[in-house]
Design a protein around this ligand. Structure first.
Ligand SMILES: NC(=O)C1=CN([C@@H]2O[C@H](COP(=O)(O)OP(=O)(O)OC[C@H]3O[C@@H](n4cnc5c(N)ncnc54)[C@H](OP(=O)(O)O)[C@@H]3O)[C@@H](O)[C@H]2O)C=CC1
Ligand SMILES: Nc1nc(O)c(N)c(N[C@@H]2O[C@H](COP(=O)(O)O)[C@@H](O)[C@H]2O)n1
Length: 262
């Protein structure tokens, strides 16, 4: 779990075109990165973590993490995986700030959560949790905020829409304004990824896509990436398609890289 990972230089150089620019003036550059089965599943079932990446693609993910100022997951991933959300790459020069979308303050983060332990050990940053503005004064939120602030983390309150969702534009602009985030790696889970991909506006924020595909079928009941087909302004659905595509074989897996930004 805490082992140091090495990623060979000859593989690393292939990712250059798909990494965020050094500086962005506007909203953060977004990279969508996750590991999927052949049937588009991220895990066997909600609430469980499924190992899909092999040793090389796992090291690749930790390499890519070092190029981002923040890494984002949804509340259900934080609850089920208790992730570290740092980079365990050998000699990692930079650590991303963990961001968790948790509108309803469902994630019971404590001092013993792995991400907090990781920050306490100086191996990563404490997280920022994005909650619905109307939860800001909840007793548990105040308690958790006080705990996180000791380690440099905290909460950000954003208004939700009538479906209880944040707008991606709000997420990105607040991360830029409050934490000076220039590059964001969105790792999952499926709910987060589907919400990012399902309409033209939000998927327009995605610059790079790096997907590990593992040679296995997880079967029905898995947690699946398959965004809603939302029609555009003209009432039509145009399936988004990656550009500048590169497939990189890596161990038993293959890594799909592409550009989504129009
Ligand atoms: N293979 C891989 O690379 C990865 C695998 N995983 C796996 O995925 C699974 C979890 O995925 P999943 O169940 O889809 O859950 P998610 O991790 O995507 O979390 C979903 C929750 O996040 C909140 N959320 C998501 N999008 C938004 C939004 N736009 N605005 C506000 N809140 C939002 C909601 O919280 P609320 O319900 O409170 O409204 C939602 O229910 C786990 O099994 C995990 O192991 C996760 C990441 C990567
Ligand atoms: N790249 C990748 N491959 C898999 O097989 C996975 N299950 C995941 N899961 C994601 O990685 C997070 C765990 O991160 P830490 O190693 O604990 O830092 C997990 O929460 C998912 O986002 N990823």
């Amino acid at each position: 779990m805490s082992s140091i990972l090495a990623f060979p230089d000859d593989l690393a150089t292939q990712f250059g075109p798909y990494l965020p620019p050094a500086n962005t003036d506007d909203l953060p550059s977004v990279t969508l990165t996750f590991a999927s089965s052949l049937d588009s599943a991220l895990s066997l079932a909600p609430g469980t973590q499924t190992l899909l990446s092999g040793p090389l693609t796992k090291a690749m993910t930790h390499y890519i993490r070092t190029f981002h100022s923040a890494i984002l997951v949804g509340a259900s991933t934080a609850i089920s995986d208790d992730p570290g959300l740092n980079s365990r790459l050998e000699g990692a020069k930079r650590q991303p700030i963990p961001i968790v979308l948790d509108p309803n303050a469902r994630w019971g983060i404590t001092e013993s959560s792995r991400v907090v332990q990781t920050a306490k050990q100086g191996k990563g940053h404490a997280p920022f949790i994005i909650i619905s503005s109307n939860r800001w004064d909840d007793e548990v939120v105040v308690e958790r905020r006080n705990m996180l602030q000791k380690y440099g983390g905290g909460y950000i309150g954003i208004d939700v829409d009538n479906l209880g969702r944040f707008k991606w534009e709000d997420i990105l602009s607040r991360l830029r304004q409050e934490l000076r985030i220039e590059s964001l790696m969105v790792e999952g889970g499926a709910n987060v990824i589907n919400s990012l991909l399902e309409d033209e506006k939000s998927r327009g924020f995605v610059d790079n896509v790096i997907i590990t595909i593992a040679p296995t079928w997880l079967g029905k009941g898995g947690v699946v990436v398959s965004p809603e087909r939302r029609p555009n302004g003209e009432g039509q659905y145009t399936p988004p398609r990656l550009k500048e595509v590169k497939w990189i074989p890596m161990g038993d897996d293959v890594v799909l890289c592409g550009k989504l930004h129009p």
